[in-house]
Design a protein around this ligand. Structure first.
Ligand SMILES: Cc1cc2nc3c(=O)[nH]c(=O)nc-3n(C[C@H](O)[C@H](O)[C@H](O)COP(=O)(O)O)c2cc1C
Length: 217
């Protein structure tokens, strides 16, 4: 093993900050999520709404990338993207997806699994129009996940659109919008000493209620 690989293998942190007991966890996983999200905000974790979104095409090949959580409510967890991107195509083939938040400063992870559905055009439009001008232009300029000849071509397209829409309303492109991931499973992980971490998993029941249980780390 090279000395660099050896030093990676030696990276080891003992988790000591907090604990999570099933008696203390909220019975409602959305309330528990809000509680932890508020603590992530309070701890000033950089971009606490950054989450890994994993999707898989029908052939089973998974792919993962970071997207930003833009809200959550009784329907689920909301993010925005390009429907023609790789993830958008995969979600069209297979709406089952998962999210993972990694709040290392608090020694916490939250995993979510469920089914992603597109938001209505109206809801996506309302969010699109709340974005800064440059972000709206960026969404128009980028055919996300498709090949581009070079950075210059992208910048040229951006500049042309800035000229075209300067001082005017920027329409949301049809291929851009939100998804809400309706969870079936949510797991809260709190790092503990000796790798005996706390894991509380919530599973949605047929009647819509949630059951939680402790998992081995
Ligand atoms: C911090 C961070 C936030 C991001 N937020 C988003 C987002 O909200 N929506 C999005 O489409 N891509 C976002 N991206 C870019 C994606 O990770 C990814 O590169 C892009 O969506 C293309 O993914 P795909 O080809 O798998 O569809 C973000 C990347 C990072 C690092």
């Amino acid at each position: 093993m090279s000395s660099l690989s050896q030093s990676i293998a030696d990276l080891r942190k003992n988790y000591t900050l907090q604990s999570l007991d099933i008696e203390d966890a909220d019975k409602d996983p959305f309330k528990q999520f809000k509680h932890w999200f508020d603590e992530a905000l309070k701890a000033e974790i950089p971009e606490p709404n950054a989450m890994v979104l994993a999707t898989a095409a029908q052939d089973g090949q998974p792919s993962a990338r970071v997207v930003l959580l833009k809200g959550f409510d009784e329907r689920g967890f909301i993010f925005y993207t390009n429907y023609s991107s790789r993830k958008g195509k995969q979600l069209a083939e297979n709406p089952l997806a998962s999210l993972c938040f990694n709040w290392l400063e608090l020694e916490r992870q939250v995993r979510i699994e469920g089914r992603a559905e597109r938001l209505s055009q109206e809801e996506s439009d309302a969010y699109f129009q709340s974005r800064p001008f440059e972000s709206r232009i960026g969404a128009l300029a980028s055919a996300q996940s498709s090949e581009v000849s070079g950075r210059a071509a992208l910048e040229q397209r951006f500049a042309t659109l800035v000229d075209e829409f300067s001082g005017k309303a920027v329409p949301k492109p049809d291929h851009w919008g939100g998804y809400v991931l309706a969870p079936q499973l949510i797991e809260f992980w709190q790092g503990r000493p000796g790798r005996l971490h706390d894991r509380i998993e919530y599973n949605k029941q047929e009647d819509g209620s949630w059951l939680n249980r402790r998992l081995c780390p």
